[in-house]
Design a protein around this ligand. Structure first.
Ligand code: NAP
Length: 312
């Protein structure tokens, strides 16, 4: 069997790392990562798999996905909203799903969060329970390794006034993708979510902090606590709490992930240290190439796929 051809679009941290991981494995022929200047070259490549690692929003990647699918490629996209595009725009999701089926290719929104901790791993754990009464996932993350663009989108580096103004204008996104993980999990378990509530509370720096690409001055937002609650039958069913900060030690925290499945025999799993957002995401995406090539055509979620594995 010949090498699997993979082209990468998006030459930021993620695209660069995924290309590095795949190039170290002889089973892949890797092209890119390409920047915006080489958009057509990347998306029209006709590679077996095109990885799109550019931005977070379905609306911003929909045309790119369409172009790659039209060229006959399977697509792995890192945009958080793409982990469950139906939760964002049913029309766009359905059209791309149908287009992928016409071309006999698969689209997958993949990553660590969403894509692993709050959905795949949760679903795997539910496999040893008789019935799920509720789910809670707490994640504490070191944000210092993200690019300046991603940090700003998360809500880092703003004064109290700027943060409040941007939050009111819907421009503070915090970490994106919790509703996607909640819907993927609920759909897989045959549960219907009636409402998802969100709250984000900034943490302002008491002193200056240097993240990899952003200096946060004293008084500016250096982190946040974000909570999402999905309601089922008028009761909280899935609760997510995410604490992110560019200097976790300054708030006496360290990276940690905890998953609790409330069941007849409650399950609790702690990952300490918590999964690293950069290496975890790039590995999940690189390790998703094989499962996407083998998947049924259409836009699938991680609930429909076997685990991502680093087959050498
Ligand atoms: N699901 C997950 O778990 C997960 C994990 C990691 C990352 N992500 C998401 O994946 C995206 C990429 O992550 P990253 O860490 O690589 O970010 P990054 O380091 O900021 O790199 C993003 C790259 O994409 C380019 N880009 C941005 N918007 C674009 C567009 N609309 N069209 C073409 N190119 C565009 C940027 O170029 P310019 O500098 O020219 O804008 C930059 O080179 C982010 O949105 C991030 O939130 C998701």
């Amino acid at each position: 069997m010949g090498a699997t051809t993979v082209t990468l679009y998006g030459a930021g941290q993620l695209g660069t790392q995924v290309a590095r991981i795949l190039r170290a494995r002889t089973r892949y022929e890797v092209d890119g990562p390409y920047t915006r200047a080489d958009r057509e070259r990347a998306l029209d490549s006709g590679a077996e798999v095109v990885v799109i690692a550019t931005t977070s929003f379905l609306a911003d990647v929909a045309d790119d996905i369409r172009a790659a699918v039209d060229a006959g490629s399977n697509v792995i996209v890192s945009a958080e909203e793409c982990a469950d595009p139906w939760a964002v725009d049913r029309g766009v999701a359905t059209r791309l799903d149908e287009l992928a089926k016409e071309h006999g290719v698969t689209i997958l929104g993949a990553g660590l969060n969403p894509g692993f901790i709050f959905d795949s791993l949760v679903l795997t754990l539910t496999g040893v329970t008789e019935e799920v009464r509720g789910i809670r996932v707490d994640r504490t993350v070191d944000l210092s390794g993200f690019s300046g663009t991603v940090l700003h989108r998360l809500g880092i580096g703003f004064s109290r006034e700027q943060f409040a103004r941007r939050d009111a204008a819907g421009e503070i996104h915090g970490h994106i993708g919790f509703p996607q993980s909640m819907h993927v999990t609920a759909d897989a378990l045959g549960v219907s979510i009636s409402r998802i509530d969100r709250q984000i509370d900034p943490i302002f720096a008491e002193r200056e902090h240097d993240a990899r690409e952003l200096r946060v001055a004293a008084g500016e937002s250096a982190g946040f606590v974000q909570r999402y609650t999905a309601t089922v039958d008028d009761a909280p069913w899935f609760e997510c709490a995410f604490t992110g900060h560019v200097a976790l030690e300054s708030i006496s925290r360290s990276p940690r992930d905890t998953i609790t499945i409330d069941a007849a025999r409650t399950i609790s799993m702690v990952l300490e240290p918590g999964l690293n957002p950069q290496s975890g995401s790039s590995s999940v995406i690189a390790n998703s190439v094989d499962r996407v090539v083998r998947a049924a055509p259409g836009w699938v979620t991680v609930a429909a796929l076997p685990p991502a594995m680093p087959r050498q």
